[in-house]
Design a protein around this ligand. Structure first.
Ligand SMILES: [Zn+2]
Length: 112
């Protein structure tokens, strides 16, 4: 599926899982949305990366997960909505299969 309003969605991106929340200021979304706060040496950009989860000797791989990535240090950010969908998908996969590989499900909320 092709999402056409990716530019608008981009403005609503809220990062989760920062390694250190204290590095962000209150207005980081306005000033440093694309600036890497980890190395301060690169600009975050949309990318697609596989996500691997291992639980109880079971492995699930979700491919083409929409993320933001810093090309300088390789830090990856996952949008909260993406993280929630990813987690529910992983839980479903790991409950039924020993080794599972699936593409990330495309929806209107995961434009990258
Ligand atoms: Zn970086």
């Amino acid at each position: 599926m092709i999402v056409v309003d990716s530019a608008r969605e981009e403005e609503r991106l809220v990062t989760v899982y920062e390694p250190d929340p204290s590095i962000w200021t209150a207005d980081f979304r306005a000033e440093t949305l694309m600036r890497c706060g980890v190395c301060d040496n690169g600009e975050r950009g949309p990318a697609r990366r596989p996500y691997v989860e291992e639980r109880d000797h079971r492995v699930a791989v979700v491919t083409a997960v929409p993320v933001e990535e810093c090309p300088a240090c390789g830090e990856v950010w996952i949008d909260e909505a993406v993280a929630l969908r990813l987690d529910s998908l992983l839980t479903e996969m790991l409950s039924t299969e020993t080794v599972a590989v699936r593409p990330f499900p495309e929806t209107e909320a995961t434009a990258a």
